[in-house]
Design a protein around this ligand. Structure first.
Ligand code: 5GP
Ligand code: MN
Length: 376
């Protein structure tokens, strides 16, 4: 029975039959190769590390998004299908809507700074993470003694691994996991196909952003052909909201303010907004799109309270002429050119007061440069 047909008879998703760890024949699908011909070189080096390792942990960044969860879970499952001893460790405040991607207990919750003694490993594969400080699950000191493989697609990645595969042309870390597994001929268990699709669909803004390359769409097509149910994943990712989430969204929309004659649009969620709606910062994945939708906005900013309001998280989105990553870097953050973020260790008002002049300055400099360009 096809996976889609199976789903209709059961309210919950059918799970792939799992082989126990150490099983010799890998279960799953070998995806067609769609990567770069040169992928094989780095892939073989990664494979060597994987085969040498006794125990592997797969890690992602704090405040995990769809790409982080999807890519770590997919790689973890592919490694398990290879018979490796592997744990995926992500922080416990994982958005609930990603939990369909794994069975309870499959992803181990790990607080930043907690002891890792329960999961001693000699290899850490870190996905979608710009630098060690952003790793959730293990603190840098605890991974200091073990081999680190860094697989990422962010321009601000600082090559922190012993082995680094940083490809900024990749739309998602999930794309790199697709390329890695397909070029090596590793089997990808069926539920990991959902994880890969989730990584691609979330990091490309549902196949809308400029990182939606022909290759990404080919990968998505292969995943659909292999049995992924795109509509079901879309419902799980973007619908199925609680009343509380919609109330939070309403607050976010009414908080809209504009700076720099409408060229900067911002929304703000305070600690009180989360408390009054009974929600939390992990329910805001799509919110940077709210200020971005305003006509005339070149820079969209979403400020939200984290750590009980002690710190402020800033999500930045920009038109392609502006470098959101450069702005985020001024506050110790990073990301991509058009989507970046940082955490300012100050409460909301102070953080916004600090951020606003830097954002306005960036727009002024850009305006000056484009005027100069026009008079040439
Ligand atoms: P978001 O605004 O959706 O949280 O993140 C947008 C992009 O910027 C993502 O690729 C994310 O990994 C990156 N990013 C967000 N916050 C930070 C941060 O504090 N530091 C770094 N280095 N990257 C960040
Ligand atoms: Mn990503």
């Amino acid at each position: 029975m096809s996976r889609k047909a199976a789903k209709k008879t059961k309210p919950s998703r059918p799970r792939a039959a799992r082989k126990p760890a150490g099983a010799s024949a890998p279960s799953g699908i070998r995806l067609p190769m769609l990567g770069d011909p040169h992928d094989i070189h780095i892939a073989r080096e990664i494979e060597r590390k994987v085969l040498e390792a006794k125990r592997i942990v797969v890690l992602g960044h704090e405040r995990p998004d769809g790409d982080c969860v999807g890519s770590t879970v997919a790689l973890g499952m592919a490694l398990k299908a290879l018979g490796r001893d592997v744990h995926v460790l992500l922080e416990p405040k994982l958005p609930v809507r990603f939990k369909y991607l794994f069975e309870p207990g499959e992803v181990r919750p790990k607080q930043k700074g907690q002891s890792t003694r329960r999961y001693p490993a000699d290899l850490a594969i870190v996905l979608d993470t710009t630098d060690v400080d952003r790793i959730s699950g293990l603190v840098p000191a605890q991974i200091a003694g073990i081999t680190i493989v860094n697989i990422d697609h962010h321009m601000s990645n600082n090559n922190f691994g012993d082995l680094n595969w940083v490809d900024t042309s990749a739309a998602a870390a999930g794309e790199l996991v697709y390329r890695l597994t397909s070029v090596l001929g590793w089997a990808v268990p069926p539920v990991a196909l959902d994880a890969l699709y989730t990584a691609l669909v979330t990091d490309t803004g549902q196949f809308a952003y400029s990182n939606t390359t022909p290759r990404v769409l080919r990968m998505a097509a292969e995943l659909l052909a292999a049995g992924v149910d795109g509509e079901e994943l879309w419902r799980r990712l973007y619908l199925d909201k609680s009343r509380a989430e919609l109330d939070l969204e309403a607050r976010a929309r009414t908080s809209l303010e504009v700076w720099a004659n409408g060229q900067i649009s911002c929304i703000t969620l305070t600690q009180a907004d989360f408390e009054k709606t009974g929600t939390g910062p992990q329910m805001t994945q799509e919110f940077p799109g709210i200020p971005r939708a305003l006509a005339g906005s070149k820079l969209a900013v979403f400020f939200y309270a984290v750590n009980g309001g002690k710190d402020t998280k800033v999500s930045i989105r920009s038109v392609k002429e502006l470098d959101a990553c450069a702005l985020a870097k001024r506050f110790g953050g990073g990301g991509h050119r058009q989507a970046a973020g940082c955490t300012i260790p100050l409460p909301m008002k102070e953080a916004k007061d600090l951020f606003r002049p830097a954002a306005e300055k960036m727009l002024k400099e850009h305006a000056a440069l484009s005027t100069a360009g026009k008079s040439d």
